[in-house]
Write a protein that binds this ligand. Sequence first.
Ligand SMILES: NC(=O)c1ccc[n+]([C@@H]2O[C@H](COP(=O)([O-])OP(=O)(O)OC[C@H]3O[C@@H](n4cnc5c(N)ncnc54)[C@H](OP(=O)(O)O)[C@@H]3O)[C@@H](O)[C@H]2O)c1
Length: 271
Amino acid sequence: MTSYAVIGASRGIGLEYVRQLATRPDSIVFAVVRNAATSTHLQAAIKGHTNVHVLEADVVDYNSLERAAKEASEVTGGKLDYLIHNAAGAGDPVLRRVSFGEFPNMEELDEDLITTFQINTLGVIHSITAFLPLLRAGSAKKIVVISTGGAHVQTVYKQGAANMAAYHISKCAAYMATTKWAINLQDEGFVVVSLTPGLVDTSATQHGVGDLQAAHARLVAVEEEFAKKGIPVVLEMPEESVSKQLKIIDGLKPSDNGLLLNHYTGKEYSL
Ligand SMILES: NC(=O)c1ccc[n+]([C@@H]2O[C@H](COP(=O)([O-])OP(=O)(O)OC[C@H]3O[C@@H](n4cnc5c(N)ncnc54)[C@H](OP(=O)(O)O)[C@@H]3O)[C@@H](O)[C@H]2O)c1
């Protein structure tokens, strides 16, 4: 049996990870969500898959992650092979559109950055810490943190993105936090990586998206904008992106430890 925990599995990319991992023979999948009752897309996706266990935790709340790890431990006898940390938030929906100097006031700027840092950066440290005893007892010893091109400073500069400050800063810090774990754990045989999923149309499982075609068209415009700036991005559906990500995860090797990997190439992310 190979066991996987996907943190942030209610919708989007995390949900697709659960969907694909659930079909693997001899897999045990822990889908960690903030609220199991409202995770309706997840419930529909795992119907009939007795190898999927839904656990509740909020990555901001360390104690809830420890409880989830304890519940997972009871199923597997204290082990976990793969931790896939996917949970993240993009920051306040209005403030993410503005750049420094355009925030209404410093209190709102502080609050947006701190709240997003708690989810996107501390959340990574919390979930790795909570599941580490299980991962140490597992046989794969792989930790994957879902990152973004927005964590890569040169990409954001080339993109000319002065907005999305809370998201980019917190994901950049999450990349550094993941690197710290990679250094900490390499002597124990772990491989700890950050992995960019590309541009993924997750509209179908988002709350309140409304017109799905319009949402898709907005993402096509983003793809075109990246292309104009010479940043190679291809808009994908969750199925395609996660299937590529899983190929990379299946092939992780010690020399990948600490890298930010690009899911399009399987190699270190660069421009
Ligand atoms: N989609 C893209 O194009 C894209 C591009 C680059 C990078 N990424 C990265 O890919 C990952 C997934 O993105 P996505 O587009 O699938 O996002 P999404 O659809 O917004 O899903 C985010 C997931 O994170 C969970 N989450 C948020 N805050 C949480 C918390 N405090 N505790 C536990 N879970 C929490 C959400 O749960 P709830 O349902 O409870 O809110 C949801 O399951 C993120 O790390 C993101 O940065 C995505």
